[in-house]
Write a protein that binds this ligand. Structure first.
Ligand SMILES: [Mg+2]
Length: 235
């Protein structure tokens, strides 16, 4: 069987703008979480998540009264601190799902990324996602874009449950989960430490250095190839 190249892509700064995640998605959940837990407190999943977060906040000394406003502020702070807490992610995910469903949120994907992801998919290149956002959040973003539902393009999704993005073992675990030799996978990311980790696991890598993302720079000492858009990426 001939080797079939496959692509593993990051989201923030790679397929999509960093600002969409940092300046749209997170503030959207932050501004709504207090009202959301009050309006959906009867939902057992929401009630369970609130109970778990309340217990955690009390343990940490971050919640000293039972006033609803105190809980709102404490939940806002957890979002600001980007705490990787399963019940917090569940609530954020529910709020984002509602926002995407009513059209308030539109998942940002760069047009060159849409064009090339479609072309690669049509050529039979398998496409996978690896992002620090949860898998349900990744699917929501790609399901609700200005270009329609892009989720049919992707064969699988990975988040930090497989391991941290700066850890080579995470990339070995992804290759193993996909039953592919690491060298068949091309990893696309804007982040040099992520590319270093993937390369040391044996993946091929390419750094997205988008003019639209001035915070991302290509280290001239880096041996990783760089691309200004997905149009420059060779699978
Ligand atoms: Mg990134």
């Amino acid at each position: 069987v001939p080797e079939q190249p496959a692509i593993l892509t990051d989201i923030e700064g790679t397929t999509s703008s960093i600002a969409f995640v940092k300046e749209v998605l997170f503030p959207y959940a932050r501004s709504r979480i207090g009202a959301y837990v009050r309006e959906h407190g009867h939902d057992p999943e929401v009630a369970g998540a609130v109970a778990a977060l309340t217990a955690l906040l009390r343990d940490e000394g971050g919640l000293r009264t039972t006033a609803p406003h105190a809980l709102d502020l404490a939940l806002d702070r957890l979002i600001d601190e980007d705490r990787k807490l399963t019940p917090l992610k569940l609530l954020q995910g529910r709020i984002w799902a509602a926002g995407y469903a009513d059209g308030s949120l539109v998942g940002h994907v760069y047009p060159d990324a849409v064009r090339q992801l479609r072309a690669w998919h049509a050529q039979g290149v398998a496409l996978y996602v690896y992002s620090s956002g949860s898998v349900p959040a990744q699917k929501l973003l790609f399901a609700h874009t200005a270009y329609g539902d892009l989720t049919p393009l992707f064969s699988d999704y990975f988040d930090t449950r497989v391991g941290p993005k700066h850890d080579a073992a995470s990339y070995r675990a992804i290759a193993a989960a996909l039953a592919r030799p690491a060298g068949e996978l091309l990893f696309l990311s804007d982040s040099a430490p992520e590319l270093d980790a993937a390369a040391s696991a044996g993946l091929r890598v390419c750094q997205l250095v988008r003019p639209e993302e001035p915070s991302v720079e290509h280290d001239p000492r880096s041996t990783h190839p760089g691309a200004r858009s997905f149009d420059d990426v060779l699978p």
